[in-house]
Design a protein around this ligand. Structure first.
Ligand SMILES: Cc1ncc(COP(=O)(O)O)c(C=O)c1O
Length: 429
């Protein structure tokens, strides 16, 4: 009845599978069911205390005001110091970030939407590495753009196709390549050679290279992530072109367990940031000033005590190890590559063609001692038709004991589901 009143762009917006499962899980929890919510990257770790202290201090001033549209200078300065320090502490050569290279946004989500609105016209295309963070599709749809896949496979350890193969995917409408490392959902970290290959492709075809580094701090294997900011293409002209192509996305959400605070960043050359900043100004006016003060407190704190992040990494490593052990114990027939970063595991169930029905069955119809598990069917992380339909993604967002229990519940739910399907096809009297 209202359809003809809506703009065309909302036709392309549908709730993601992550959000659908979240809504059902929340409803069940409200009715007293215990649900291990492994379906969303919402860390259970307590947020860094310096955030709360800074918020309290700011609130007590009684002055909560509009902020400059590019963000509070104090936060932009602190973040630039943090980012330079991130590389310096590891003795990695890098492009030096200044306050003017930092724009504050309402989480990485807003950083991405604003970036797409800045670089894409309706009908334009952006390439992304598949499996990919599924909300990119909607963020880009707001700008009228279409996301196209660079397919990779768990069986090849998510290695990128050759430059020649990727080049075939570039059309006159392509405006950018976006990639995310460490990767959600695969946990893969792209190495220096792969990142350089993407950069050279972007320079050759005059594209932006958008590097989503929200899991920069979340390395849970032996490998460090390689940032686009570490690239050196060997000659001045190429490095100059590189600087004009780079757009880095970051967020306080995962680093400090501050998902609900909604502070993110775009890091780029000043003229690019100025344009993205205007999109921010014309969509949200500015970002919450009190939250910016809180987040500045958090980045400031880790400059003097980086052990906060080391502790966080060990918490996730412990969960990962226990979950991998539980998977090999309870789910011997699945394929589950061990991730190097972020905090997700993709699990492939070869016995299924489409695992969505099982995920809903486990959440809505099954329990083991009153407990069940919410997981995300992974089809939404692929653009290529029929890929990922027998995979799920789980997030390492509860204690090692609860992760183990969740895997046990999934195994028991599988047995119950098989029986449920057998009963369905039994002939009736
Ligand atoms: C790869 C990736 N990029 C961006 C985001 C969005 O983060 P934010 O909470 O800052 O909007 C997420 C959140 O899960 C993510 O996984």
């Amino acid at each position: 009845m209202f359809a003809e009143k809506y703009a065309d762009r909302v036709e392309f917006l549908t709730p993601s599978s992550i959000r659908k499962m979240m809504a059902i899980a929340k409803e069940l929890v409200a009715h007293g069911k215990t649900v291990y919510e492994l379906n969303i990257g919402q860390p259970d770790i307590e947020c860094i205390p310096e955030f709360c202290e800074a918020i309290e201090k700011k609130a007590k001033t009684g002055q909560l005001n509009y902020s400059p549209y590019v963000g509070e200078k104090y936060l932009r300065e602190t973040y630039a110091r943090y980012l330079n320090n991130f590389f310096d502490r590891r003795s990695k050569a890098h492009l030096v970030i200044d306050t003017e290279n930092v724009l504050v946004t309402v989480g990485a989500s807003h950083a991405l939407t604003s970036t797409f609105l800045t670089v894409c016209n309706p009908g334009d295309e952006v390439l992304t590495i598949e499996p990919y963070f599924s909300p990119y599709k909607g963020f880009l749809a707001i700008a009228g753009g279409t996301l196209k896949a660079i397919p990779t496979r768990a069986e090849d350890n998510f290695a990128l196709p050759s430059a020649e193969e990727m080049e075939k995917l570039i059309t006159p409408k392509t405006r950018a390549i976006i990639f995310n490392s460490p990767n959600n959902p695969s946990g893969h970290i792209y190495n220096a050679k792969e990142v350089e290959c993407l950069a050279r492709l972007c320079i050759k075809h005059n594209l932006f290279l958008i590097s989503d580094e929200v899991y920069r701090e979340m390395t849970i294997g032996d490998q460090e992530a390689f940032s686009v900011l570490q690239l050196d293409l060997g000659d001045e002209e190429m490095n100059e072109k590189l600087k004009n192509a780079l757009i880095v996305i970051d967020s306080a959400s995962k680093t400090f367990s501050l998902c609900g605070v909604r502070i993110g960043f775009v890091i780029s050359r000043q003229p690019i940031l100025e344009k993205i900043g205007l999109v921010v100004a014309h969509t949200t006016a500015c970002v919450s000033d009190i939250m910016q003060y809180g987040v500045a407190g958090a980045y400031d704190a880790i400059l003097s005590r980086p052990d906060y992040l080391e502790n966080m990494r060990s918490v996730y490593r412990e969960r990962l190890e226990e979950t991998m052990r539980a998977i090999s114990e309870y789910l011997p027939d699945v394929v589950a590559p061990k991730p190097d970063g972020a905090f997700y595991i993709m699990i492939k169930f070869p016995e299924f063609e489409d695992i969505t029905e099982f995920c809903h069955f486990m959440l809505e119809k099954f329990n083991l001692g009153g407990e069940t598990v919410a997981v995300t069917p992974a089809g939404g992380f692929y653009l290529t038709r029929d890929r990922g339909r027998n995979e799920i993604r789980i997030a390492l967002v509860v204690s090692p004991e609860k992760m183990r229990r969740s895997i046990q519940i999934i195994a028991e739910a599988l047995k119950a589901f098989r029986q449920f399907k057998v009963n369905l096809v039994r002939p009736m009297l």
